[in-house]
Write a protein of this length. Structure first.
Length: 116
């Protein structure tokens, strides 16, 4: 398949370049793959930023910065076939924990229900 490298998650120093009709078409092309770990958008147009943030199907988007993939204070993980969880930050803690409520009566007596 032509351009197979652009449709895979290869984790290598490789860049593929495509032409697009306009900005929205470029965002559609970027979201057309089966993976969505992270993305990067360079623009001085704030409207383009919000269009991309709403349409890009990825777990993390950098604006005017490269995808360094190392923000320990932020939840990190992909969508679609990328990543398994939201690691790091408070969301990462929630991802790997379950909430359980426990009541322990130390009195040794049978307690009556408050519900009749």
């Amino acid at each position: 398949m032509k351009w197979e490298v652009s449709r895979r998650e290869i984790f290598s120093p490789v860049v593929t370049v495509f032409s697009a009709r306009d900005f929205r078409d470029a965002v559609d092309v970027a979201s057309s793959v089966d993976y969505g770990l992270s993305s990067s958008i360079y623009t001085s147009n704030i409207r383009n930023v919000f269009v991309a943030l709403n349409k890009l199907q990825v777990g993390l988007t950098y604006v005017n910065s490269s995808t360094i993939i190392g923000e320990i204070q932020l939840p990190f993980g992909g969508v679609k076939k990328s990543g398994n969880t939201r690691e790091d930050g408070h969301e990462g803690v929630r991802e790997f924990t379950d909430l359980k409520t426990v009541y322990i009566d130390y009195s040794g007596r049978l307690q009556k229900s408050f519900v009749d």
